[in-house]
Design a protein around this ligand. Structure first.
Ligand code: BG6
Length: 493
């Protein structure tokens, strides 16, 4: 099957950091279908050869097994082509059309890795130029809009040109092997289903903590913030994977229907809940790995009086039979103490304790480690603390936490495929399972919008996010949020 992958934003940050490395890996692994062509599109005036040289420089200094050999890069470079385009100019789309007509590939993928302001015009122009044929697919990167209304406007523009089955909305968390495993764990094993519910589960924590700050994206991030950047999409998609009902099969719409039901069941916000159950923070100067780091407001591109949040912690609820009353805590932030994402499922204590000393955090929990480690840990209690001769054996031994560990990286190692590699291959093959449908996105925006409005009102009163020092776990109010339910975050256990 031949394909043309047209990479709008072909010299941009995303192509540079994620997409071209992922395509190179897919090519090295032999998983990219033969007969492919990658056409980088940007405004720069470059020839094919100059584009290849530029991309080659991307891989200089790459270490370890990600470093391609000369020969590997040379073979990959044969796929690379370049087309100069100004996305607002109709004539440039005609030139692209001529370029694509040279070979009439079986599948044409239009990957919009551009600034989101260009999505609408690019889709309209591609449609007007006759480039939205039935064998074309379009890939949209987040953020898809700034709020519900702008999200709907983009989706309307895209759907004016393509059918829903041709639209691939990326949430790269869905491509992560660890998230694949989460679904496999739940729906490939009978073991979990009987206790995957409110009767056994006391609370669920979803943490996506980053050590990184805003890097070179200060100007973008200052308009975005952690709620739009991470919660509306990645964190809510993880919540769906945890909370959804078993789909009737593994096809895209069966899975997406179930995720949508979860998003629609999220307990709507009230003023009281917004005041109590949402914490926003912004990092100040601090220390990370012994190095001083500057405050968010001192980052390039960030307003010195910015009220943008770099941290969010919230308590959500799901109003359905399986989950009623179970708190779902979501927490994400930049410049935190660790680079670590996990989902911790805390089980209820035994109904009638027969052993002494109830331990703090001593109940059973299942921790799904998403990154950088990728695996499962089942925390159990065992009677391991008694040793002969130290003291008289008690009638009932006190319990000690022990842990069953599974490390997927060790188990599957080199066979693992990275998130973008996986998603790009899915687009080329036309598999929609790991992509987000418009109605899911809308439901997620609908749920986060009251939080945005609540913060706008606070900002207008001069009340900004709570400060936290870089290198910590965020504002103390985040701990207070879970402590009100007599819970703790995983690292506090
Ligand atoms: C992106 C956000 O979607 O996800 C970034 O825009 C964030 O701000 C990134 O750093 C995190 O992704 P990952 O895969 O590194 O956890």
């Amino acid at each position: 099957m031949s394909f043309d992958l047209v990479l709008f934003g072909g010299t941009g940050d995303l192509a540079w950091r994620k997409l071209l490395p992922a395509l190179l890996q897919a090519h090295r692994h032999g998983s990219l279908p033969a007969g492919g062509r990658i056409v980088g599109v940007a405004r720069d005036d470059l020839s094919d050869a100059q584009y290849r040289d530029l991309i080659r420089s991307r891989f200089e200094g790459v270490e370890g097994d990600k470093q391609p050999s000369e020969d590997e890069f040379a073979r990959f470079a044969e796929l690379l082509h370049y087309q100069r385009m100004d996305l607002t100019q109709p004539a440039d789309y005609q030139r692209l059309k001529d370029r694509l007509a040279e070979r009439n590939a079986d599948v044409v993928v239009m990957y919009l890795a551009t600034a989101p302001q260009l999505f609408t015009v690019a889709c309209e122009q591609l449609g007007a130029a006759g480039l939205a044929t039935p064998h074309t697919r379009v890939v949209l990167e987040k953020p898809l809009g700034h709020d519900l209304q702008s999200n709907r406007a983009i989706n309307a523009a895209v759907r004016g040109v393509w059918g829903e089955r041709q639209i691939f909305r990326i949430d790269h968390y869905l491509g992560k092997p660890s998230v694949q495993n989460l679904l496999a764990l739940r729906f490939g094993n009978a073991l979990f289903e009987p206790w995957w519910r409110r009767e056994t589960i006391a609370s669920i924590e979803i943490t996506i903590a980053e050590r990184l700050g805003v890097e070179k994206r200060g100007a973008f991030y200052d308009q975005t913030g952690a709620l739009r950047d991470m919660v509306q999409n990645h964190a809510l998609q993880l919540l769906c994977a945890i909370a959804m009902e078993p789909p009737i099969n593994a096809h895209a719409d069966a899975i997406r229907d179930e995720k949508l039901k979860v998003l629609r069941s999220l307990v709507p916000w009230t003023d009281a809940a917004l005041a109590q159950n949402v914490v926003r923070g912004q990092y100040g100067a601090g220390q990370l790995a012994g190095e001083p780091v500057r405050a968010y407001r001192a980052e390039d591109g960030v307003a010195p009086d910015s009220h943008t949040e770099t941290f969010v912690a919230l308590r959500a609820g799901i109003a359905n039979w399986r989950w009623a009353g179970v708190p779902f805590y979501i927490r994400t932030g930049k410049r935190l103490a660790a680079h670590e994402a996990h989902i911790a499922i805390h089980l209820r204590p035994t109904p009638h304790p027969i052993y002494p000393t109830p331990l703090v955090c001593g109940t059973n929990r299942l921790v799904i480690h998403l990154q950088p480690r990728d695996g499962l840990a089942l925390h159990l209690l065992a009677a391991a603390s008694e040793t002969r001769g130290v003291r008289a054996l008690a009638e009932a031994p006190s319990l000690t936490p022990v842990q069953l560990d599974l490390d997927f990286q060790q188990r599957f190692g080199a066979e693992r495929v990275g998130a973008y590699e996986r998603l790009l291959l899915d687009v080329i093959a036309g598999r929609l399972n790991l992509f987000v449908r418009a109605d899911e996105q809308e439901a997620a925006w609908r749920w986060v919008e009251p939080i945005m409005q609540h913060w706008d009102a606070q900002n207008a009163r001069g009340e900004g996010p709570r400060p936290y020092a870089a290198g910590t776990w965020g504002p103390g109010a985040a701990s207070a949020l879970v402590a009100r339910d007599a819970n703790t975050w995983l690292e506090e256990c």
